[in-house]
Design a protein around this ligand. Sequence first.
Ligand SMILES: Nc1ncnc2c1ncn2[C@@H]1O[C@H](COP(=O)(O)OP(=O)(O)O)[C@@H](O)[C@H]1O
Ligand SMILES: [Mg+2]
Length: 392
Amino acid sequence: MERPNVLLALPDGELAAAEAALRRAGFEPVRLDESGPHVDLAAIDCDEQPEVAQQLHATLHDGRSVPTILIFGNEPPEYGERGDEYAMKPCPPEALIYRLQAMLIRTGRTLPGDAAGMAAEMGDVPMMGEGRVISVFAPKGGVGKTTIAVNMAVALREQTRDRVLLFDADVGVGNVTAVLEVPAKKGLIDLADSPPEEWTDLAFEHVTAVHSETGVRVLTWGTDPGDSEKITVDLLLAALRWGKANHAYIVVDNHPGYDDRTMAMLTLATEIFLVVTPEVGALRNSAQFLTLAREVGLGDVVRVVVNRANHGIAVGDMSKTLGLPVSATVVSNGPKAVMASNEGHPVILKFPKEKIAQDLHNVARLVTQPPMAKVAPAARRRVRCEASVRLA
Ligand SMILES: Nc1ncnc2c1ncn2[C@@H]1O[C@H](COP(=O)(O)OP(=O)(O)O)[C@@H](O)[C@H]1O
Ligand SMILES: [Mg+2]
């Protein structure tokens, strides 16, 4: 697609760095004094010259509606309109980019540089479908991400019989097929040397395997860590687009880190399942991730799942530290979990009567049977109303 124009009204000291970062991410920054170019999105610092900022915002909403990120220090400005978003300072260039990307996606646009999206706009491949993307994430390895992703995919399939795609996006490391054995050994890496026009539905089907016992479909990035660099953000996004168009649920096993690939996958998630173990280190990393998630506008889609919940820090204390309720817990069952994964047969299938299997089914139920909100209907309406005035 063309590079989306972003009007930047930022303090002088921040402008150059933001412009450079935007260009790298495929956006075209536009300065206030450049009159003329059409503006797709805007980012305004509301504190520097509050009246100028308000006037500019009004211009961007006079007879048109340019989605705007309103950046503020203490109090959010009161003039935000539908389609706008608030960002609290500090809002470094990377955070600004992720928010702009999220905004583009929410307004139904494709990301800049997203070649498959460009093809979609031209009618070559289906537009984003309705599949729900459940991204399983932890900033730290070894906490049970893969175990939860694989078992959740199987549980979703058992509970709904819908089409489920398990997507191994832990580029360079993960290998879900070690835990869920499938016949074919193909992956995204087999498409990495082809130009984006060749990333068709058929091509993705060709590199996807099916777990015969359950019907869960499995798409992996590859297996050789030496191939990591070849798996681009564009390829992952194209795969996700295809996944959404052709499945009801896509469970993504993410890389533990904040690289561009992972951030792009998280930005597109319907829900992020943050896996935490009851240890100080994992808890601290998770708290840092939540701060970042809130900064980039993903705070609302994160759910906390505590793995090995029966050892270490109490669940209530974890919830307090993270400032979020714990949505589900999974007990530790060392021998059985390890035995099952060593055999390429997920614990939920091998030991269905064990508590760990029931816990893992409950994790999937958070998706298939969302818990009822605890707020009374009238109050809930009011809350939503306020939220939509402020944010929507
Ligand atoms: N609830 C659990 N009880 C016992 N062992 C577990 C549990 N969750 C994960 N494991 C084991 O811990 C190891 C790491 O889990 P894994 O899912 O590969 O973590 P990650 O993907 O976060 O690196 C694996 O050997 C797995 O079988
Ligand atoms: Mg893993």
